[in-house]
Design a protein around this ligand. Structure first.
Ligand SMILES: NC(=O)c1ccc[n+]([C@@H]2O[C@H](COP(=O)([O-])OP(=O)(O)OC[C@H]3O[C@@H](n4cnc5c(N)ncnc54)[C@H](OP(=O)(O)O)[C@@H]3O)[C@@H](O)[C@H]2O)c1
Length: 323
């Protein structure tokens, strides 16, 4: 089977497409023929050795995928050959096949194509967990989403609307602004040319109730300075690079919460709540309230280019590698 290997930390151009023998199937494991794998920012980090997990070399990037079960080991319950599934795995999905334990699988909803299944959970489930459990977002509250045309950002826009919030999208270009509006944003700030604080003074004079921040850098403090009394600031990621240092007196003055979001750890520590979240997301998908925007697909051999495009801030919504 073909796999796009990272053999030494480096740029996406250093990934190598290789033919390897299929992994042996152990007791309690499931073999999945992958049809598509989602591209996410952690793929940018993991191939450079900058992610919180450092898999043994060689490894393939790719944290989520969709495909068909081809074989199940002894003592596997709940899945059988022929089942269409979503696979959540920290890495390894830029490959034609993957062997995983069943806790890494969820049924692919019948109405969902493989490409959307591969682009669904990492972003929507992260943003859903962030807005629901971490921010306790309420109908009528205001929500500022930074990086709002990216993967987790666009999911946060759609989910914020579905939860009844007034959504303000922060993006870097007019094209991304139009996309955020098309996915439900009520207002847009193009932060490459407009000051976040100045615009928010006009858009939300009392401050925003919730800030969703997957970008980091200079934007974070500007957004925190515009938060409302008892607001919730969600620390989701640092796609711009620098991890900001925040003056803690701001939390005191605003009476606000600065809340960390770590979806992967949440799924492991609170599996029942995670399963309930996934069921809710599938319901929202089937009701037409959320839908991954797969803006581009790449063949497996060009998975490095997919990661390069994400690094260069070129991606809107989600991209997918197909096998
Ligand atoms: N906490 C969790 O559990 C969790 C789960 C999944 C992902 N994440 C994190 O969330 C962040 C976003 O992930 P994603 O998959 O949604 O990525 P993405 O699709 O690339 O979106 C990131 C957005 O950040 C903005 N950005 C600003 N400066 C950038 C730069 N120098 N390079 C790239 N993007 C830049 C871009 O929007 P503009 O151009 O509009 O500024 C881009 O749309 C990452 O840091 C990722 O690690 C966290």
């Amino acid at each position: 089977m073909k796999v796009l290997h990272c053999k030494a930390y480096g740029p996406p151009e250093a990934l190598v497409l290789e033919d390897v023998a299929p992994a042996a199937l152990g007791r309690g494991e499931v073999r999945v023929r992958l049809h598509a794998a989602g591209v996410n920012f952690p793929d940018v980090l993991i191939i450079q050795g900058k992610y919180q997990f450092k898999p043994e070399m060689p490894f393939a990037p790719g944290g989520e995928a969709a495909g068909v079960v081809t074989e199940v080991g002894e003592r596997v319950e709940g899945f059988k050959p022929g089942d269409k599934v979503i696979v959540m795995t920290g890495w390894g999905a830029f490959a034609e096949e993957l062997v995983v334990t069943p806790d890494r699988l969820a049924p692919l909803p019948p109405s969902m194509p493989f490409e959307e299944g591969a682009a669904f959970l990492m972003t929507y489930a992260t943003s859903h967990h962030a807005l629901k459990q971490r921010a306790r977002l309420q109908p009528g509250e205001s929500l500022l989403v930074l990086g709002a045309a990216g993967g987790v950002g666009l999911a946060a826009v759609e989910l914020g609307k579905a939860m009844g919030a007034r959504v303000i999208a922060g993006v870097s270009t007019d094209e991304k602004a139009a996309l955020a509006r098309a996915h439900g944003a009520d207002e847009v700030i193009v932060y490459s040319r407009e000051g976040i604080r100045d615009r928010l003074k006009a858009l939300a004079p009392q401050g925003v109730d919730v800030v969703y921040d997957p970008v980091g850098g200079d934007y974070s403090e500007q957004a925190l300075r515009s938060i409302a009394w008892k607001g919730r600031f969600l620390v989701v990621g640092f796609a711009s690079g620098p991890i900001p240092s925040i003056p803690l007196n701001l939390a005191l003055l605003k009476g606000c919460e600065i809340v960390g979001v770590f979806w992967g750890a949440f799924t492991a520590r609170e599996p029942d709540l995670h399963r309930a979240n996934v069921a809710e997301l599938v319901g929202l998908y089937e009701a037409g309230k959320i839908r991954p925007l797969v803006s581009k697909t790449y063949p497996l051999a060009e998975g490095g280019q997919a990661i390069r495009d994400m690094m260069e801030r070129k991606v809107t919504g989600k991209t997918v590698v197909t096998m």
